[in-house]
Design a protein around this ligand. Sequence first.
Ligand SMILES: [Fe+2]
Ligand SMILES: [Fe+2]
Length: 373
Amino acid sequence: MADNENNNKGEQNKHLVYICGENERFLNQLITVTGPFYNSVAFDDTSVLLDELETQLPKTLIVDADKAHSNAISTISKVRSHFKSDRVPILLTISASREDLVTEANKFSGITILDKPFRPIQLFNAISNEINANIEASWDLIEPIQREALKLTLSSYNSIANMIIDGEPLDYNNMAESCKPLVEAVKNQNYHELLRGLRDYDNYSYVHSMRVATFLSLFADAIGIRGEDHMTLTTGGLLHDVGKMLLPYELLNKSGRLNEYEFETLKCHVAYSVDFLYHTKGLPKGVSIIAGQHHEKLDGTGYPHGLSGGKLNQLARMATIIDIFSAMTDRRTYRESMQPEQAIALMSEMTGHLDHKLLSTFREMLLDSVEKD
Ligand SMILES: [Fe+2]
Ligand SMILES: [Fe+2]
């Protein structure tokens, strides 16, 4: 799929991040690093920043404290006293040696400190944390079962990231437990707020995995799959791309078409997922089939094994349909998301790739229960 086809339209989907400081070179570096992923705007003048804040609030304000001399604390003070709230989270980038300024900064609310020097991934994580803290707070307002579905799956998903780094195995029972509210919400056709709650969440892998889990769970429910098998499809959706946690941030979030090397690297996520899941205690076989075969195609042109026809069981065929549908309708920072009807129409033209009987069942299910966001 041409992910960058709506690049310009999609620019507005990027979260707005303001950066304020006196070191022009450092500001330019931050703009270069964050620009591909955020709508970043730099200010070297606090009064201009304050004027802009009157017009539009960013999702995060980065204030840089320069080594030699710094107006950072005065900037933070002006922003906080002017707006009388901490609705704009502030990320203070500062050298660890400036303990005096850190102490001063911590007197204000909603300040996170990022010690310099830092790696780009630390900056991305810090920005995401600020954005997501506000989104997670908004989940408190949604219907309890959907709120629980979001909170428990997010907690499980984040814990997997640590397990992969630490080389520890996942316990499937814990994963299934965390997916119970999601299964319940799906059974009650009570999942629209949950999908809306994911909309601006700044962790694409989690958002995509949750959307796959939700649609796969709905699909399973629609064709009469119940009990443990229903749970297998739901957890399988959440875990299907788990190996992507081992891939670089820049690759997973690249806005343009991937070059050949990048695409080969991306393909490795399937083997990484299967390897990780192999060590999972109590894992149903169906989950590893979903993770291992969701990029295979009926005519044998998929990856990693080029499996075809009868070698692809129903779980893999369902997972492939849902993965493609979700990828097309996911909201990305660099393009508009596709409408469900348009995605189904394009998938119907993918002759030889997909199980069209299952695709038309999925289409009917969607017509009955269209995602209303
Ligand atoms: Fe995948
Ligand atoms: Fe996927």
